[in-house]
Design a protein around this ligand. Structure first.
Ligand SMILES: [Zn+2]
Length: 550
């Protein structure tokens, strides 16, 4: 945090130079003053009582009693003041252009979201970031570079090794992505085409991202029966790739695999003990969400595009082979052994299926809800065009064990839903509030300070954002105020479109975006650029450090 110290030293100079400096006649000393808050600064330290003063987009003063005038004074007595939450794994591009206020995130205290997870990102990154930059938004946003997107662009969605020339081309795309402002390389080795990638190829690309200051974040190859081997692979990629590595939305899927987090956390501890910078993120739910096809069809059946998948399903012998695998996945993995555990989230071709489970859908098709008939129904769904699903196959004990680990941060894996549309996973609306309400207040699994650390300074540190994630003088004024006694996730699997409650105020870059139950008209969110940004078109504004805002 040497950079932070440097910035602290700059603060008095800034104050003197500013036309709003204290002492200027008739001009309030500050733009915003939050008084009598319980400061949870994001470091994990115990809370303390102080006032917080903001000027422009910067926290300029934190002190027990600030008496200078401010354009706006808000008494937040009894409530917690924390840094705005930083969500390192989101699919925000699903929806951010329709709902640029990202109400579902802001209303649970999130001020920064990262895109491009699970191996999937826009490519090239620069036009996407430029498009975001021109969209007035409530939240800050940045992106990873998706390994699957890179591979798809170079060799397509095929199951084969890449040639050295192709790997060279992929490396160039990763380097370009980093120079465009990416924060590192994400992978989705569970998905097509990531699943066709040998570990060595991922390491080659990870190395390229790491050389430019990026980190690696992975939706691992297998979160069910192959979980332990997948964690070993993720650690190996960080170790041999020479960059920080993160197990994203860490979980153990399927009853047969419950409890494996004991082993996986031990692997992370051992890796860290020998100097591998391995970390974890997690959402606080016992269900996952992805497409029915990705979850319930074997990878080999998903090679190529949709036409090829349908062709395989139309060929009786191949269909039978796929169905046998789908039955196994329903019995022991994402299906959790019961078709009722698989719930449809959304289907573009049949919106009425949202909220219904595979057993119910089988019945409406005149089938007994056996595993075999559920498999048949799943294949039918894929043939019709596929659906997003929710899979209730995670054990609470694993959720708690992973959450308690000091190297675990909180991330939603959510999206920006259009309010009321479809049946999304409640994590989009409730992740951060749920950790604070259920795991901190009700179960006392974590202290409030530790939970806030996992939502603020820890992801900021991982991303290399030196000016966010802590409440300190000189940091960007991303601030969340909530009542620890009432904060609550209201979204459920049955009724996901419910905003979290207990949040009083959310500030992004010094401007209030949410206050007392309503979004404001402010759109202060910025695009955040990663460590290697090469200032496309010339550096008009001085870059003071990596990760700064352009
Ligand atoms: Zn994922």
């Amino acid at each position: 945090m040497m950079l932070t110290l440097l910035r602290l030293a700059l603060v008095p100079a800034l104050l003197l130079a500013s036309p709003f400096a204290r002492g200027a006649a008739q001009t309030p000393a500050y733009d915003l003053l939050l008084r009598h808050g319980r400061i949870i600064d994001g470091s994990g330290n115990p809370w303390y009582v102080a006032d917080v003063a903001v000027q422009g987009d910067v926290i300029v003063r934190i002190a027990p009693l600030i008496t200078d005038s401010a354009a706006r004074v808000i008494d937040v007595r009894g409530q917690a003041i924390t840094p705005g939450f930083i969500d390192i794994h989101t699919h925000a591009r699903r929806g951010i252009f329709d709902v640029p206020t990202a109400d579902n995130y802001v209303r649970q205290g999130v001020t920064t979201v990262l895109e491009g997870p699970d191996g999937s990102s826009p490519l090239p990154l620069a036009p996407f970031l430029a498009r975001l930059d021109s969209l007035p938004r409530s939240v800050n946003i940045g992106s990873f570079i998706g390994q699957g997107s890179v591979r798809e662009a170079v060799i397509g969605s095929v199951n084969r090794h890449a040639t050295p020339a192709e790997i060279g081309r992929m490396r160039e795309l990763v380097e370009q992505g980093m120079r465009d402002g990416g924060f590192g390389l994400s992978s989705g080795l569970f998905y097509v085409p990531g699943t066709f990638t040998p570990t060595e190829e991922v390491i080659e690309l990870a190395r390229a991202a790491g050389r430019l200051g990026g980190s690696y974040i992975s939706h691992m190859r297998d979160e069910a029966s192959g979980l332990v081997a997948s964690v070993e692979e993720t650690i190996r990629i960080g170790e041999e790739g020479g960059l920080p590595t993160q197990l994203t939305h860490h979980k153990a899927i399927g009853p047969a695999n419950w409890g494996l987090s004991v082993q996986t956390l031990k692997l992370v501890d051992e890796a860290r003990a020998r100097g591998v910078d391995a970390t974890i993120d997690q959402y606080p739910y016992t269900a996952s969400s992805t497409s029915v096809q990705a979850a319930l069809l074997p990878a080999w059946a998903q090679e190529g595009g949709r036409a090829e998948v349908r062709q395989r399903l139309a060929e009786p012998a191949t269909r039978a082979r796929i169905k046998t695998e789908t039955e196994r996945l329903l019995r022991t993995e994402r299906g959790g052994g019961d078709p009722a555990r698989v719930v449809i989230a959304s289907c573009s071709w049949a919106p009425s299926l949202a909220g219904r489970n595979l057993a119910e859908i089988a019945r409406t098709r005149g089938l007994e809800p056996s595993i075999e008939n559920a498999a048949e129904t799943a294949l039918w769904i894929v043939e019709q065009g596929g659906c997003q699903g929710i899979f209730h196959a995670i054990d609470e004990a694993d959720v708690e064990r992973i959450m308690k680990h000091p190297a675990t941060m909180i991330a939603s894996d959510g999206e920006v839903p259009v309010f009321g549309q479809g049946n999304p996973h409640p994590r989009s609306y409730g992740t951060f509030a749920r950790v604070l309400g259920v795991y901190v207040r009700e179960r006392r699994l974590l202290s409030l300070e530790e939970a806030v650390r996992k939502m603020t300074s820890f992801p900021a540190q991982r991303l290399g954002l030196p000016d966010r994630g802590l409440l300190r003088e000189g940091m960007k004024a991303d601030i969340t105020v909530f009542d620890p006694a009432t904060v609550k996730d209201e979204a459920t699997f049955e009724q996901p479109h419910r905003y979290a409650t207990g949040f009083a105020l959310v500030v992004v870059n010094g401007q209030i975006v949410y206050q007392d139950g309503a979004m404001t008209a402010a759109r202060p969110g910025r695009v955040l650029y990663g460590p290697a940004l090469a200032c496309p078109g010339g550096c008009a504004q001085t870059q003071t450090h990596a990760g700064s805002v352009k």
